[in-house]
Design a protein around this ligand. Structure first.
Ligand code: PNW
Length: 477
């Protein structure tokens, strides 16, 4: 087999980090414990019609009470790192003011447990769960939310900065801004394209101010990064109209965040494309400098590429962009763009499996941000997993997905990219946002009746990869 043949083995550098990722609202549960108050996801998931089957995160997979067991599982699987997020409303129930120690204590215990097992914690400060009170005050379209985030970042940085080295300010601000405020398929469920563009800017500002706040309270050795939605956007043809459509979506998916964060400027073409919605007067003079903080690393999340063409804006058919169902587009000012299904096999999300997209993405940011270490902070697949009568969960499709994408990462490293680690999404089956519990992304199966955890065959496969630094054959499971 490949893994034993040095000529064909897919072997990673010895320091490569093998991790898994989760987020607070998707796994913790315990939503009313120790002073936690509702976030926009509590409100949204309890609003009829917003999530599949009315699913919500009240219990989720009860990680708040089972974190020791979950860390033990990670240790068994030989993970080198674990990426999790902090629930803002556990730490600051109103989104402002002094911290609740009990809330912080949970994360202190979790981090200590990880460190005691030799697992490197990687903290995301914001994975979409804005305290409801801040949404009531206007949410991300309001500038004040960015200042509130900086204050929260400082609190968490002070509490955990002595023992957590790897930090991410935001997870996928694209989803927060455009699924939250334009298409409305994510919390808070607003459908106001102009507001979504303001939200995007204030998320950028929050990242910049939060980065400065973290650095002001943490040891200099710690690394600050951000995990960006980093779309691979392909034109359906090389016609000028299709190329322009791809350019527009690239600006709205990538440029709107990478531009100010990495280069200190929004793409000129983004201003032009969105002029009908906003004159961008919410961008104040110093903002771009505040946003453009030097970073220690960049996190890329990748699932599937996008395929787009020009479209006649009057002929609005059903959309196929894989971002949930809504009559409202998550793409402001892009009625003239059509989305197409990329050919190939798909996961249970309907997302086409295309590892070449991950290679492409890594090489793009290797060029765009030379010298900046990269981490794949999310990659993974949902399948309709079932537990067998012998108590095993056999998920060869997920193994193949991971093998394909990790091989793409390895190719990128061979091509000169500085990829330092990979975080599988997700450690556990969990609350998949508007899709509820129906979509299972975990390497570990969760029985939602008993909350019992069972590592799937993909978990065993991944554990072997982590242990040996070499990808096992896909048939080896
Ligand atoms: C990411 N889209 O979400 C998130 O960071 C995770 O919390 C989530 O569970 C995971 O990917 C799987 O979905 C996304 O519509 C949600 O393009 C939606 C999209 C992308 C990522």
């Amino acid at each position: 087999p490949d893994s034993e043949n040095p000529a064909t083995a897919v072997t990673f550098p010895p320091a490569f980090l093998w991790g898994a990722a989760t987020s607070a609202y998707q796994i913790e549960g315990a939503v009313r414990e120790d002073g936690r108050t509702p976030s926009i996801w509590d409100t949204f998931s309890h609003t009829p019609g917003k999530t599949a089957g009315g699913d919500h995160g009240d219990i989720a997979v009860d990680h708040y009470h089972r974190y020791r067991e979950d860390v033990a599982l990670m240790a068994e699987l030989g993970l080198g790192a674990y990426r999790f997020s902090v629930s803002w409303s556990r730490v600051q129930p109103t989104g402002r003011g002094p911290a609740v120690q009990k809330g912080l204590d949970f994360y202190r215990r979790l981090v200590d447990e990880l460190l005691s097992k030799g697992i490197k914690p990687a903290v995301t400060l914001y994975h979409w769960d804005l305290p409801q009170e801040l949404e009531d005050a206007g949410g991300w379209p309001e500038r004040d939310t960015a200042y509130r985030f900086a204050e929260y970042a400082q609190i968490v940085g002070e509490a955990l900065g002595d023992r957590v080295e790897q930090w991410m300010t935001l997870n996928e601000p694209w989803c927060s801004a455009f699924l939250g405020y334009a298409s409305g398929v994510h919390a808070p469920g607003r459908t106001d394209p102009a507001a979504s563009l303001r939200a995007a800017h204030h998320l950028n500002l929050a990242h910049g101010l939060g980065t400065s706040a973290l650095r002001s309270v943490m040891p200099a050795r710690n690394q600050v990064a951000i995990s960006l939605n980093s779309s691979v956007v392909r034109p359906l043809s090389q016609s000028p109209a299709d190329l322009a459509a791809a350019r527009k979506i690239d600006d709205l998916a990538n440029g709107v965040f990478h531009g100010p964060i990495l280069h200190g400027a929004y793409p000129e073409s983004l201003y032009v494309a969105t002029a009908q919605l906003t004159d961008w007067d919410h961008v104040l003079d110093d903002d771009l400098a505040l946003i453009n903080q030097p970073l220690d690393a960049l996190g890329l999340n990748y699932y599937t590429p996008a395929l787009v063409s020009a479209a006649d804006p009057s002929a609005r058919g059903p959309r196929a962009d894989g971002h949930g169902s809504s009559d409202h587009s998550p793409w402001p000012a892009a009625d003239d763009v059509a989305f197409h299904q990329t050919p190939g096999d798909r996961t249970e999300m309907g997302w086409t499996i295309d590892p070449t997209g991950l290679h492409e993405l890594i090489m793009r940011y290797t060029r765009e941000a030379p010298g900046l270490p990269l981490y794949i902070t999310e990659n993974g697949a949902a399948y309709d997993d079932k537990i067998d009568s012998d108590g095993r969960v056999h998920d060869p499709e997920r193994v193949a997905y991971l093998h394909g994408h990790l091989s793409a990462v390895r190719r990128a490293i061979a091509d000169g990219a500085d990829v330092r680690g990979y975080f599988l999404w997700s450690l556990l089956d969990n609350f998949e946002w508007s899709y509820g519990y129906g979509k299972r992304f975990g390497a570990v199966y969760v029985d939602y009746a008993t909350l019992e955890r069972t590592p799937k065959s993909s978990a065993h496969w991944y554990a072997k990869a982590a242990r040996t630094g070499t990808l096992p054959e896909v048939e080896a499971v």
